[in-house]
Design a protein around this ligand. Structure first.
Ligand code: G4P
Length: 528
């Protein structure tokens, strides 16, 4: 297969949802279609197994959440599909935001009864800002839930999307009869006993066909006809370009658990979802079809075995072919590196591969060279954009609880921050260290990992702050900036990249500060 064909056949995407909407179940059903796993339950079982063999994962298991994100790949109808799994738990939202920098599209899963939930809103907002193409999958149609039109309205209003249904449910919950697929004009009948089967669906070009009444009953058939007519009138016609530009979002209905509507989603997905997209670097736009390798680190995964401190850096390949043992430039370190055992991901396994293509994710063993956001090239100086830090929401001073182990503590903190577990700030005034996180859970994770992986102990002291803002003076030499620095001295710190941040104790403080020092701009993300 040629290089261009390899690119064109790849689809790299993420599934996002509020916890419990059915992300894991949908992922698993997609893998079943790809023949990547043989039985339902395999993805979840795998999670539990890991938990049983590693202490750190025990934290995760006990809390019943998925801390780790992983890559699951499979082939379907000759398309190479890479699913980048994202943790649903809100304390790990930043991990998910970063993963979104490596996807070319997303599928959003929504629970038919709960509708649009908080976590979905936040994640979709990030996708919208980046114009990532979105497909919506409304799940759990076998349960009683909201009316289809109401849900479509809710998705439009709460998520700010412009939707068009590509399938439509017939009944719901106890009365759920099936789905009419607007996309491929097929009728799929639901049978709750048929859980794992892969049903083909009946071709049904025209719903006015009286056969429909025989199959689903006169009342259901009439309702479906009316609803479809209304849907066609109210919603814009599907258009692939609009979808790929992030201006139109198709919606599917189904039940992941019952494997219903999933195949239809997948069939449509491989047709419409974009292949690997170009990516903006600070220097220029890099196209996936360029022959020279470029890629960036979007995630670093700590080795779960404390005896082997190496980590796995996840690289998204943007252009070119990643070759085993070829020398690549680590741009930030200005260092050539070779990788003798790059991992590629298949289903839930990883294996060493000789070549990977744009859209693929490779896992590189790392002993501390990589940070999130690092770029690899064949020599060109490029820095991919788009992995900002967001302001944390929790802040604590971190203290060394074992004076004999301060070296270990700082090394551990340094590496954990490079992995993106949390953010470290150093107060300008006295050098005290502050850890900022998105959720309270990370503090336990950090304490646990410092102790088990680095032999260091830490304690925390609460710091009641609201947010940090990255400081950008319009003129670093003007008097206003000098005064800002003097007056706010106690609240100024440096992040790990040595950028100045302002610790604000309330939204009001930010507002007042901004009013008083209008030329000193305050930003909630590190990239502005
Ligand atoms: P998540 O990854 O988004 O957090 O959700 P997950 O797939 O784990 O699904 C959450 C719960 O919803 C699971 O039940 C799952 O079986 C159920 N579920 C997923 N899809 C459907 C569906 O189409 N219909 C119905 N009725 N339920 C669905 P659980 O009891 O929490 O877990 P389990 O014991 O079934 O594994």
């Amino acid at each position: 297969m040629s290089f261009l064909e390899e690119i064109q056949r790849r689809r790299t995407f993420g599934i996002i949802s509020h916890p419990d909407a059915g992300k894991t179940t949908l992922t698993e059903k997609l893998l079943l279609f790809g023949g990547a796993i043989q039985e339902a339950g395999a993805v979840k079982n795998n999670k539990v197994k890991k938990g049983a063999t590693s202490d750190f994962m025990e934290i995760e298991r006990q809390r019943g959440i998925s801390v780790a994100t992983s890559v699951l790949a499979f082939i379907y109808k000759d398309k190479k599909i890479n699913i980048l799994d994202t943790p649903g738990h809100k304390d790990f939202a930043e991990d998910t935001f970063r993963t979104l920098t490596a996807v070319d599209s997303v599928i959003v899963v929504i629970d038919v009864a709960k509708g649009v939930e908080e976590q979905t809103e936040k994640l979709v907002e990030v996708c919208r800002m980046r114009k990532i193409p979105i497909i919506v999958f409304i799940n759990k149609l076998d349960r009683e839930g909201k009316d289809a039109f109401d849900l479509l309205d809710e998705v439009e209003q709460k998520l700010g999307l412009r939707v068009t249904p590509l399938s439509f449910p017939i009944g719901m919950g106890y009365d759920f009869k099936g789905i009419y697929n607007i996309w491929d004009k097929k009728l799929n009948l639901f049978s709750p006993d048929n859980k794992q089967s892969i049903s083909e669906g009946v071709e049904f070009d025209d719903v006015s066909n009286p056969e429909l009444d025989e199959i689903i009953g006169e009342t259901a058939a009439d309702t479906l006809r009316e609803e479809l007519e209304l849907a066609l009138e109210v919603y814009p016609k599907f258009n692939k370009d609009e979808y790929q530009n992030g201006d139109l979002q198709p919606v599917f209905f189904g039940s992941a658990l019952n494997n219903f509507g999933v195949k239809e989603l997948l069939e449509c997905f491989i047709e419409i979802a974009p292949p690997p997209q170009p990516k903006m670097a600070e220097e220029r736009l890099v196209d996936s079809k360029e022959e020279k390798l470029t890629g960036f680190v979007f995630k670093i995964h700590a080795n779960m075995d404390p005896k082997h401190r190496d980590r796995l850096a996840f690289i998204k390949i943007v252009s070119g072919i990643f070759k085993r043992n070829a020398p690549y430039l680590h741009v930030r370190n200005n260092k050539k590196m070779k990788f003798s055992s790059p991992n590629a991901f298949f289903a839930e396994k990883k294996e060493i591969v000789d070549e990977s293509f744009p859209g693929d994710i490779v896992g590189l063993h790392d002993t501390g060279n990589f940070k999130i956001g690092d770029t690899l090239t064949e020599g060109e100086i490029l820095n991919f954009k788009g992995i900002p830090s967001f302001s944390p929401e929790h802040f604590r001073y971190v203290n060394n609880a074992d004076p004999m182990k301060s070296k270990q503590l700082y090394k551990g903190l340094d590496q954990l921050m490079d992995e993106g577990v949390a953010q470290l700030f150093t107060l300008e005034l006295n050098g005290r260290k502050i850890i900022g996180t998105v959720g309270a859970l990370q503090y336990e994770v950090i304490q646990y990992r410092l102790e088990h992986e680095y032999g260091a102990k830490c304690s925390y002291e609460n710091l009641p702050m609201h947010k940090v803002c990255w400081v950008a003076p319009e003129d670093p030499k003007n008097d206003e900036y000098a005064e800002f620095r003097r007056v706010k001295q106690r609240y100024l710190a440096k992040d790990k990249q040595n950028r100045l941040v302002f610790l604000a104790d309330s939204a009001f403080t930010i507002q007042m500060t901004q009013q008083k020092y209008p030329t000193v701009k305050l930003h909630f993300t590190s990239e502005f």
